[in-house]
Design a binder for this molecule. Sequence first.
Ligand code: SF4
Ligand code: SF4
Length: 453
Amino acid sequence: MRALSKFAHAFDLGEHVALWHALRMKPVFLEKSVYEQFREGECTEELETELVEKKILLSYEAEDDEVIARARKRAPKPDVNLAYFILSEHCNLACKYCFVGSDTCGQGNSANKDMTSEVAEQALLVFARQLEHSETDYTEYEPNIIFFGGEPLLKFDVLEYVARRVKELSDEHPVFKNTNLAVITNGTLLNEERILSLNSLGVAVSISIDGFTEQANSMRVDKTGKETFERVISVLETYKHLGVEPPSLSVTLTEHTIEDLSSMVKLIQRYGIRGFGYNVLLKREDEMGGQEYYEAASQFIIDSFLALREQGVYEDRIMRKLNAFAHSRIHFSDCGATSGGQILFSPDGRIGICQGLMADSENYVTDIWDESFLANEHPFWKEWASLIPIQSDECLSCEALGICGGGCPVNARLVNPERGLHCIDERSCVHSKKTLEFLLRDLYALIRSNTKA
Ligand code: SF4
Ligand code: SF4
């Protein structure tokens, strides 16, 4: 029998075993007895042909090297299509887990902590220049602007200004024609008037909330320590009452959140939420984190997927992996910065790449008045574009290589400071491996039920 690919893995599914190539991603389900014979080096011609076709068995010695070389060639080049506008480094809340921008944390370090419309205007022109110098077809891959903070709604006037200017500038800069706008907010500064304004400007809203109970939201407090849950719920009620497109939700998986799936499902159903994303907490020395939490959070994401898929509501993080799995297409990056596709504008006009490093001077390479700056030619963007699993030799033996997309290098460095940004984010490992196993089992169950029917 031919040699086994180094990207091949076996999953025990009970009566069957799934053979899986981590980059080709087309599983072959074998009865246990057939698998045992296969392990002894025996298999039928028909099976051998199928396994060669799916690259689980090698056609020739150098095939694995060629497969990884081709995959690396297809990996994203540093081509910016996402801009973070940090409208303010101030925040009206003091969430206990916040890693950016709040006054309490004091982690933003801009000279001016609020963006002005002059800075925003110049940042827009810098973003247009990046898009215009890229080879990406922006009619197909729509550019995105995300308003972020601190709390971006503290500079609502600048947000409205940028949203209007994107439209006005689109004759001169056609790359802005298909540009999507979104704001990530704690929601507490939204009211009827602002909701309608954002709606008419085409700005999608993502609100942070960690569940449908005060307890699940107990980390989300204001500066006096008061919980904010009721305020955010009243904003969701306003959306419902106005009958406008509901916001998406950004849910940080706290210990309390992952204990209560049913109230999360209720929250999504009650407000007709169509899009939401889960965030697994960053590793912090003073509180939860580590393997046990990562396992529980990953299981929660899977359970929530099962509970909501019948209603056609899908969570972003698992959908990216599911898409890679279903279409046998490598998911290269789970983060805009690690595909080199992101640019960040600080309130005082500095240019960086990652919103998790807002307080870090290493994040900023130049500013918006540098007329020669092009991210896709800059070594910093090239380095960040290499922080993905497909470029890491450490990931090559991993079964989840094709669906993973990696995690957050900032979190990886928090856990392993001595290894810097180039190491693996444990959160993403647990999540990716668990999700792959779930997807294989789910597909296997579907095939079996179809076969019985
Ligand atoms: S590296 Fe981490 S903090 Fe930075 S953009 Fe990516 S996921 Fe976010
Ligand atoms: S980051 Fe972890 S899960 Fe992802 S490919 Fe690398 S080893 Fe596998």
